[in-house]
Design a protein around this ligand. Structure first.
Ligand code: CMC
Length: 370
Protein backbone atom coordinates (compact mmCIF):
# COMPACT_ATOMS: atom_id res chain seq x y z
CA UNK A 1 0.00 0.00 0.00
CA UNK A 2 1.37 3.43 -0.95
CA UNK A 3 1.85 5.61 2.10
CA UNK A 4 0.73 9.11 1.34
CA UNK A 5 -1.28 11.59 3.29
CA UNK A 6 -4.89 11.10 2.29
CA UNK A 7 -7.36 13.94 2.72
CA UNK A 8 -10.41 11.75 3.02
CA UNK A 9 -13.53 13.57 1.91
CA UNK A 10 -11.24 16.48 0.90
CA UNK A 11 -11.75 17.71 4.47
CA UNK A 12 -9.76 20.87 5.10
CA UNK A 13 -8.49 21.04 1.51
CA UNK A 14 -8.65 24.45 -0.15
CA UNK A 15 -9.30 23.77 -3.82
CA UNK A 16 -9.62 27.20 -5.41
CA UNK A 17 -10.56 30.82 -4.84
CA UNK A 18 -14.15 32.00 -4.99
CA UNK A 19 -15.62 35.49 -4.85
CA UNK A 20 -19.20 34.27 -4.53
CA UNK A 21 -19.44 33.71 -0.79
CA UNK A 22 -17.34 33.53 2.32
CA UNK A 23 -18.00 31.10 5.15
CA UNK A 24 -16.27 31.97 8.39
CA UNK A 25 -16.72 29.21 10.96
CA UNK A 26 -14.83 31.17 13.63
CA UNK A 27 -17.24 34.09 13.60
CA UNK A 28 -20.21 31.95 12.53
CA UNK A 29 -20.79 34.19 9.55
CA UNK A 30 -21.73 33.74 5.94
CA UNK A 31 -21.32 36.53 3.41
CA UNK A 32 -22.77 36.54 -0.12
CA UNK A 33 -20.54 38.82 -2.20
CA UNK A 34 -19.61 40.55 1.06
CA UNK A 35 -23.11 40.98 2.54
CA UNK A 36 -24.08 39.05 5.70
CA UNK A 37 -26.78 36.58 4.76
CA UNK A 38 -29.03 37.58 7.66
CA UNK A 39 -29.10 41.19 6.45
CA UNK A 40 -30.05 40.05 2.96
CA UNK A 41 -32.77 37.77 4.38
CA UNK A 42 -34.22 40.65 6.39
CA UNK A 43 -34.19 43.27 3.65
CA UNK A 44 -34.13 41.76 0.19
CA UNK A 45 -36.18 39.64 -2.16
CA UNK A 46 -34.80 36.35 -3.43
CA UNK A 47 -34.76 37.85 -6.93
CA UNK A 48 -32.39 40.61 -5.72
CA UNK A 49 -30.15 38.06 -4.01
CA UNK A 50 -30.03 35.95 -7.18
CA UNK A 51 -28.78 38.96 -9.15
CA UNK A 52 -26.26 39.71 -6.42
CA UNK A 53 -24.87 36.16 -6.61
CA UNK A 54 -24.64 36.16 -10.41
CA UNK A 55 -23.42 39.72 -10.98
CA UNK A 56 -21.45 40.46 -7.83
CA UNK A 57 -23.52 43.55 -6.97
CA UNK A 58 -27.07 44.20 -5.85
CA UNK A 59 -29.22 45.33 -8.79
CA UNK A 60 -30.28 48.88 -9.49
CA UNK A 61 -34.04 49.40 -9.62
CA UNK A 62 -33.97 49.23 -13.41
CA UNK A 63 -31.93 46.02 -13.41
CA UNK A 64 -34.30 44.43 -10.91
CA UNK A 65 -37.38 45.42 -12.91
CA UNK A 66 -35.84 43.98 -16.06
CA UNK A 67 -34.96 40.69 -14.35
CA UNK A 68 -38.37 40.39 -12.69
CA UNK A 69 -39.98 40.70 -16.13
CA UNK A 70 -37.66 38.03 -17.54
CA UNK A 71 -38.35 35.73 -14.59
CA UNK A 72 -42.12 36.12 -14.89
CA UNK A 73 -41.96 35.52 -18.66
CA UNK A 74 -40.04 32.25 -18.25
CA UNK A 75 -42.12 30.44 -15.64
CA UNK A 76 -44.17 28.25 -17.99
CA UNK A 77 -42.83 24.78 -18.72
CA UNK A 78 -42.47 23.68 -22.35
CA UNK A 79 -44.76 20.83 -23.33
CA UNK A 80 -41.80 18.48 -23.81
CA UNK A 81 -40.64 19.13 -20.23
CA UNK A 82 -44.12 18.34 -18.93
CA UNK A 83 -44.23 15.23 -21.13
CA UNK A 84 -40.88 14.06 -19.72
CA UNK A 85 -42.10 14.59 -16.15
CA UNK A 86 -45.31 12.73 -16.95
CA UNK A 87 -43.24 9.71 -18.04
CA UNK A 88 -41.85 9.39 -14.51
CA UNK A 89 -43.86 7.38 -11.99
CA UNK A 90 -45.59 9.43 -9.28
CA UNK A 91 -43.92 7.04 -6.83
CA UNK A 92 -40.42 8.30 -7.72
CA UNK A 93 -38.67 10.79 -5.49
CA UNK A 94 -39.40 14.45 -6.41
CA UNK A 95 -35.63 15.00 -6.61
CA UNK A 96 -35.59 12.59 -9.56
CA UNK A 97 -38.15 14.82 -11.22
CA UNK A 98 -35.98 17.92 -10.68
CA UNK A 99 -32.92 16.10 -12.00
CA UNK A 100 -34.74 14.90 -15.11
CA UNK A 101 -36.36 18.29 -15.73
CA UNK A 102 -33.00 20.10 -15.57
CA UNK A 103 -31.60 17.66 -18.10
CA UNK A 104 -34.57 17.89 -20.47
CA UNK A 105 -34.61 21.71 -20.27
CA UNK A 106 -30.93 21.61 -21.27
CA UNK A 107 -31.45 19.19 -24.14
CA UNK A 108 -34.16 21.40 -25.59
CA UNK A 109 -32.27 24.66 -25.16
CA UNK A 110 -31.57 26.65 -28.31
CA UNK A 111 -28.13 27.50 -26.92
CA UNK A 112 -27.46 23.98 -25.56
CA UNK A 113 -23.82 23.84 -26.65
CA UNK A 114 -23.07 27.53 -26.12
CA UNK A 115 -21.15 28.05 -22.87
CA UNK A 116 -20.33 31.72 -23.39
CA UNK A 117 -20.82 33.94 -20.31
CA UNK A 118 -23.92 35.50 -21.91
CA UNK A 119 -25.49 32.13 -22.73
CA UNK A 120 -24.69 30.78 -19.27
CA UNK A 121 -26.29 33.75 -17.51
CA UNK A 122 -29.35 33.43 -19.71
CA UNK A 123 -29.61 29.68 -18.99
CA UNK A 124 -29.17 30.28 -15.26
CA UNK A 125 -31.95 32.86 -15.19
CA UNK A 126 -34.31 30.66 -17.20
CA UNK A 127 -33.68 27.68 -14.90
CA UNK A 128 -34.27 29.91 -11.88
CA UNK A 129 -37.66 30.87 -13.38
CA UNK A 130 -38.62 27.33 -14.41
CA UNK A 131 -37.68 25.29 -11.33
CA UNK A 132 -40.65 26.43 -9.16
CA UNK A 133 -42.97 25.35 -11.99
CA UNK A 134 -41.25 21.94 -12.06
CA UNK A 135 -41.66 21.47 -8.30
CA UNK A 136 -45.27 22.71 -8.26
CA UNK A 137 -46.25 20.69 -11.36
CA UNK A 138 -44.87 17.53 -9.76
CA UNK A 139 -46.42 18.11 -6.36
CA UNK A 140 -49.84 18.65 -7.93
CA UNK A 141 -49.66 15.65 -10.26
CA UNK A 142 -48.81 13.42 -7.31
CA UNK A 143 -52.05 14.46 -5.66
CA UNK A 144 -54.07 14.17 -8.88
CA UNK A 145 -54.69 17.94 -8.81
CA UNK A 146 -54.99 20.23 -11.82
CA UNK A 147 -51.89 22.24 -12.68
CA UNK A 148 -52.05 25.86 -11.54
CA UNK A 149 -50.65 28.37 -14.01
CA UNK A 150 -48.19 31.03 -12.86
CA UNK A 151 -49.46 34.50 -11.95
CA UNK A 152 -47.50 37.34 -13.50
CA UNK A 153 -48.69 39.78 -10.84
CA UNK A 154 -46.92 37.83 -8.09
CA UNK A 155 -43.22 37.83 -7.19
CA UNK A 156 -41.12 34.65 -7.14
CA UNK A 157 -42.00 33.41 -3.64
CA UNK A 158 -45.70 34.32 -3.71
CA UNK A 159 -46.06 32.72 -7.13
CA UNK A 160 -44.19 29.56 -6.05
CA UNK A 161 -46.71 29.08 -3.22
CA UNK A 162 -49.60 29.97 -5.53
CA UNK A 163 -48.62 27.39 -8.16
CA UNK A 164 -48.11 24.70 -5.51
CA UNK A 165 -51.26 25.21 -3.46
CA UNK A 166 -53.63 27.05 -5.80
CA UNK A 167 -54.34 29.77 -3.27
CA UNK A 168 -52.66 33.01 -2.32
CA UNK A 169 -50.39 32.64 0.69
CA UNK A 170 -50.52 35.08 3.62
CA UNK A 171 -47.81 37.78 3.47
CA UNK A 172 -45.97 36.34 6.51
CA UNK A 173 -45.83 32.93 4.82
CA UNK A 174 -44.43 34.51 1.66
CA UNK A 175 -41.83 36.30 3.81
CA UNK A 176 -40.75 33.12 5.59
CA UNK A 177 -40.48 31.31 2.26
CA UNK A 178 -38.41 34.17 0.81
CA UNK A 179 -36.09 33.97 3.84
CA UNK A 180 -35.61 30.23 3.32
CA UNK A 181 -34.80 30.71 -0.37
CA UNK A 182 -32.17 33.35 0.48
CA UNK A 183 -30.57 31.21 3.20
CA UNK A 184 -30.35 28.13 0.97
CA UNK A 185 -28.98 30.04 -2.03
CA UNK A 186 -25.23 29.70 -1.60
CA UNK A 187 -22.62 28.07 0.61
CA UNK A 188 -19.16 27.98 -1.04
CA UNK A 189 -17.66 24.59 -2.00
CA UNK A 190 -20.31 22.27 -0.57
CA UNK A 191 -20.71 18.84 -2.22
CA UNK A 192 -23.28 19.80 -4.86
CA UNK A 193 -21.56 23.05 -5.81
CA UNK A 194 -18.24 21.26 -6.07
CA UNK A 195 -19.93 18.63 -8.27
CA UNK A 196 -21.18 21.43 -10.54
CA UNK A 197 -17.67 22.88 -10.69
CA UNK A 198 -16.10 19.49 -11.49
CA UNK A 199 -18.52 18.99 -14.38
CA UNK A 200 -17.97 22.56 -15.61
CA UNK A 201 -14.21 22.04 -15.46
CA UNK A 202 -14.47 19.48 -18.27
CA UNK A 203 -16.08 22.23 -20.41
CA UNK A 204 -19.44 20.47 -20.31
CA UNK A 205 -22.54 22.68 -20.52
CA UNK A 206 -24.37 24.41 -17.65
CA UNK A 207 -27.37 22.07 -17.63
CA UNK A 208 -25.09 19.03 -17.29
CA UNK A 209 -23.46 20.67 -14.28
CA UNK A 210 -26.80 21.54 -12.67
CA UNK A 211 -28.17 18.05 -13.33
CA UNK A 212 -25.15 16.53 -11.59
CA UNK A 213 -25.44 18.98 -8.72
CA UNK A 214 -29.07 17.98 -8.17
CA UNK A 215 -27.92 14.37 -7.87
CA UNK A 216 -25.34 15.36 -5.26
CA UNK A 217 -27.87 17.38 -3.31
CA UNK A 218 -30.31 14.49 -3.04
CA UNK A 219 -28.36 12.57 -0.42
CA UNK A 220 -29.29 12.87 3.27
CA UNK A 221 -25.78 13.97 4.27
CA UNK A 222 -26.40 17.10 2.16
CA UNK A 223 -29.73 18.54 0.97
CA UNK A 224 -31.76 15.44 1.74
CA UNK A 225 -31.35 16.26 5.42
CA UNK A 226 -34.28 18.71 5.47
CA UNK A 227 -36.59 15.89 4.43
CA UNK A 228 -34.95 13.50 6.90
CA UNK A 229 -35.48 15.97 9.79
CA UNK A 230 -39.22 15.82 9.18
CA UNK A 231 -39.18 12.03 9.19
CA UNK A 232 -37.49 12.22 12.61
CA UNK A 233 -40.13 14.64 13.91
CA UNK A 234 -42.91 12.44 12.58
CA UNK A 235 -41.39 9.33 14.13
CA UNK A 236 -41.06 11.02 17.53
CA UNK A 237 -44.61 12.39 17.38
CA UNK A 238 -46.20 9.15 16.20
CA UNK A 239 -44.51 7.00 18.85
CA UNK A 240 -45.21 9.58 21.58
CA UNK A 241 -41.74 9.06 23.05
CA UNK A 242 -39.88 12.02 24.61
CA UNK A 243 -37.23 13.58 22.31
CA UNK A 244 -34.47 12.80 24.81
CA UNK A 245 -35.41 9.12 25.02
CA UNK A 246 -35.72 8.88 21.23
CA UNK A 247 -32.27 10.43 20.87
CA UNK A 248 -30.63 8.12 23.40
CA UNK A 249 -31.96 5.12 21.52
CA UNK A 250 -30.92 6.51 18.12
CA UNK A 251 -27.40 7.34 19.32
CA UNK A 252 -27.10 3.91 20.95
CA UNK A 253 -27.80 2.49 17.49
CA UNK A 254 -25.01 4.75 16.12
CA UNK A 255 -27.46 6.68 13.95
CA UNK A 256 -26.57 10.06 12.49
CA UNK A 257 -29.14 12.59 13.62
CA UNK A 258 -30.27 14.47 10.55
CA UNK A 259 -30.20 18.26 10.68
CA UNK A 260 -27.30 18.32 13.14
CA UNK A 261 -23.60 18.81 12.57
CA UNK A 262 -21.66 20.41 9.77
CA UNK A 263 -18.36 19.83 8.01
CA UNK A 264 -17.38 23.50 8.24
CA UNK A 265 -19.28 25.00 11.17
CA UNK A 266 -18.37 23.36 14.43
CA UNK A 267 -19.93 25.99 16.72
CA UNK A 268 -23.27 26.35 15.02
CA UNK A 269 -24.51 27.16 11.54
CA UNK A 270 -24.69 30.91 10.82
CA UNK A 271 -28.03 30.53 9.04
CA UNK A 272 -29.90 28.77 11.84
CA UNK A 273 -30.99 31.79 13.99
CA UNK A 274 -32.61 33.49 10.97
CA UNK A 275 -34.39 30.32 9.87
CA UNK A 276 -35.43 29.50 13.41
CA UNK A 277 -37.06 32.94 13.69
CA UNK A 278 -38.99 32.14 10.50
CA UNK A 279 -40.06 28.79 11.99
CA UNK A 280 -41.27 30.57 15.13
CA UNK A 281 -43.37 32.92 13.02
CA UNK A 282 -44.85 30.00 11.10
CA UNK A 283 -45.61 28.06 14.30
CA UNK A 284 -47.55 31.08 15.55
CA UNK A 285 -49.25 31.63 12.19
CA UNK A 286 -50.41 28.03 11.87
CA UNK A 287 -50.93 27.64 15.65
CA UNK A 288 -48.62 24.65 15.93
CA UNK A 289 -46.53 25.17 19.09
CA UNK A 290 -45.99 21.40 19.27
CA UNK A 291 -43.40 21.50 16.50
CA UNK A 292 -41.42 24.22 18.26
CA UNK A 293 -41.45 22.22 21.48
CA UNK A 294 -40.16 19.20 19.66
CA UNK A 295 -37.55 21.37 17.94
CA UNK A 296 -36.22 22.68 21.25
CA UNK A 297 -36.47 19.32 23.00
CA UNK A 298 -34.37 17.51 20.42
CA UNK A 299 -31.93 20.42 20.07
CA UNK A 300 -31.18 20.51 23.79
CA UNK A 301 -30.98 16.71 24.04
CA UNK A 302 -28.46 16.67 21.18
CA UNK A 303 -26.52 19.50 22.80
CA UNK A 304 -26.35 17.62 26.11
CA UNK A 305 -25.51 14.24 24.56
CA UNK A 306 -22.98 15.21 21.87
CA UNK A 307 -22.59 18.99 21.93
CA UNK A 308 -23.55 19.04 18.25
CA UNK A 309 -25.56 21.99 16.94
CA UNK A 310 -28.34 22.14 14.34
CA UNK A 311 -27.68 23.09 10.73
CA UNK A 312 -30.02 25.01 8.39
CA UNK A 313 -32.00 21.90 7.48
CA UNK A 314 -33.18 21.52 11.07
CA UNK A 315 -35.45 24.62 11.19
CA UNK A 316 -36.14 24.55 7.42
CA UNK A 317 -37.77 21.09 7.42
CA UNK A 318 -40.57 21.84 9.92
CA UNK A 319 -41.10 25.30 8.38
CA UNK A 320 -41.84 23.77 4.97
CA UNK A 321 -44.06 21.20 6.66
CA UNK A 322 -46.14 23.94 8.27
CA UNK A 323 -46.49 25.68 4.91
CA UNK A 324 -48.08 22.50 3.55
CA UNK A 325 -45.31 21.03 1.40
CA UNK A 326 -45.07 17.25 1.22
CA UNK A 327 -41.96 16.05 3.05
CA UNK A 328 -40.18 14.66 -0.08
CA UNK A 329 -40.61 18.08 -1.72
CA UNK A 330 -38.36 19.83 0.81
CA UNK A 331 -35.10 19.06 -1.00
CA UNK A 332 -36.51 20.23 -4.37
CA UNK A 333 -37.18 23.57 -2.65
CA UNK A 334 -33.47 23.61 -1.79
CA UNK A 335 -32.77 22.95 -5.51
CA UNK A 336 -34.93 25.90 -6.56
CA UNK A 337 -32.90 28.11 -4.27
CA UNK A 338 -29.40 26.69 -4.84
CA UNK A 339 -29.76 27.03 -8.64
CA UNK A 340 -28.47 30.54 -7.97
CA UNK A 341 -25.31 29.53 -6.10
CA UNK A 342 -24.58 26.61 -8.42
CA UNK A 343 -24.84 28.72 -11.55
CA UNK A 344 -22.79 31.57 -10.03
CA UNK A 345 -20.05 29.01 -9.34
CA UNK A 346 -20.40 27.45 -12.80
CA UNK A 347 -19.80 30.86 -14.35
CA UNK A 348 -16.89 31.53 -12.01
CA UNK A 349 -15.32 28.15 -12.78
CA UNK A 350 -15.78 28.66 -16.53
CA UNK A 351 -14.15 32.10 -16.34
CA UNK A 352 -10.89 30.78 -14.86
CA UNK A 353 -11.03 27.11 -15.66
CA UNK A 354 -8.62 24.36 -14.81
CA UNK A 355 -9.68 20.71 -15.15
CA UNK A 356 -10.45 19.32 -11.68
CA UNK A 357 -8.66 16.01 -11.52
CA UNK A 358 -7.19 14.92 -8.18
CA UNK A 359 -4.93 11.94 -7.53
CA UNK A 360 -5.46 8.72 -5.64
CA UNK A 361 -3.11 6.41 -3.77
CA UNK A 362 -3.27 2.77 -4.87
CA UNK A 363 -4.07 0.08 -2.32
CA UNK A 364 -5.11 -2.79 -4.58
CA UNK A 365 -3.16 -6.01 -5.28
CA UNK A 366 0.50 -5.67 -6.27
CA UNK A 367 1.46 -5.97 -9.90
CA UNK A 368 0.87 -9.50 -11.13
CA UNK A 369 1.01 -11.31 -14.46
CA UNK A 370 -1.23 -13.71 -16.33
N1 CMC B 1 -25.49 12.83 14.48
C1 CMC B 1 -24.71 12.08 15.29
N2 CMC B 1 -23.39 12.21 15.36
C2 CMC B 1 -22.83 13.15 14.56
C3 CMC B 1 -23.58 13.97 13.71
C4 CMC B 1 -24.97 13.78 13.69
N3 CMC B 1 -25.74 14.52 12.89
N4 CMC B 1 -22.75 14.81 13.06
C5 CMC B 1 -21.53 14.53 13.48
N5 CMC B 1 -21.56 13.52 14.38
C6 CMC B 1 -20.43 12.94 15.08
C7 CMC B 1 -19.86 11.79 14.29
O1 CMC B 1 -20.49 10.57 14.60
C8 CMC B 1 -18.43 11.84 14.67
O2 CMC B 1 -18.29 11.27 15.94
P1 CMC B 1 -17.04 10.33 16.29
O3 CMC B 1 -15.83 11.21 16.12
O4 CMC B 1 -17.33 9.89 17.66
O5 CMC B 1 -17.10 9.23 15.27
C9 CMC B 1 -18.15 13.33 14.81
O6 CMC B 1 -19.40 13.89 15.15
C10 CMC B 1 -17.63 13.96 13.54
O7 CMC B 1 -18.57 13.70 12.50
P2 CMC B 1 -18.20 13.41 10.98
O8 CMC B 1 -19.34 12.72 10.32
O9 CMC B 1 -16.86 12.77 10.86
O10 CMC B 1 -18.02 14.88 10.47
P3 CMC B 1 -18.24 15.37 9.02
O11 CMC B 1 -17.60 16.68 8.95
O12 CMC B 1 -17.84 14.36 8.02
O13 CMC B 1 -19.82 15.44 8.98
C11 CMC B 1 -21.97 15.89 8.32
C12 CMC B 1 -20.59 16.46 8.57
C13 CMC B 1 -22.89 17.03 7.89
C14 CMC B 1 -21.91 14.85 7.18
C15 CMC B 1 -22.50 15.21 9.61
O14 CMC B 1 -22.56 16.15 10.63
C16 CMC B 1 -23.85 14.56 9.40
O15 CMC B 1 -23.93 13.43 8.91
N6 CMC B 1 -24.97 15.27 9.76
C17 CMC B 1 -26.30 14.77 9.51
C18 CMC B 1 -26.74 15.08 8.10
C19 CMC B 1 -27.07 16.54 7.89
O16 CMC B 1 -27.77 17.14 8.68
N7 CMC B 1 -26.60 17.10 6.77
C20 CMC B 1 -26.85 18.50 6.42
C21 CMC B 1 -25.57 19.25 6.34
S1 CMC B 1 -25.72 21.01 6.33
C22 CMC B 1 -26.80 21.60 5.17
C23 CMC B 1 -26.86 20.90 3.87
O17 CMC B 1 -25.88 20.79 3.16
O18 CMC B 1 -27.95 20.49 3.55
Amino acid sequence: EETQEIKKGLAGVVVDYTAVSKVNPESNSLLYRGYPVQELAAEKSFEEVALLLWNGELPSEAELTEFEALERANRALDSNVKAAIDLLPTSCHPMDVCRTAASVIGANHALAEDSSPEANLRKAQELFAAMPAVVAYDQRRRHGLAVVEAREDLGYSANFLWMTFGEEAAPEVVDAFNVSMILYAEHSFNASTFTARVITSTLADLHSAVTGAIGALKGPLHGGANEAVMHTFEEIQSTGVAPQAWLEEALAQKKKIMGFGHRVYKNGDSRVPTMKAALEKMSAHYQRPDLLELYSGLESAMGAAKNIKPNLDYPAGPTYHLMGFDTPTFTPLFVASRITGWTAHIMEQAASNSLIRPLSAYNGVDERHL
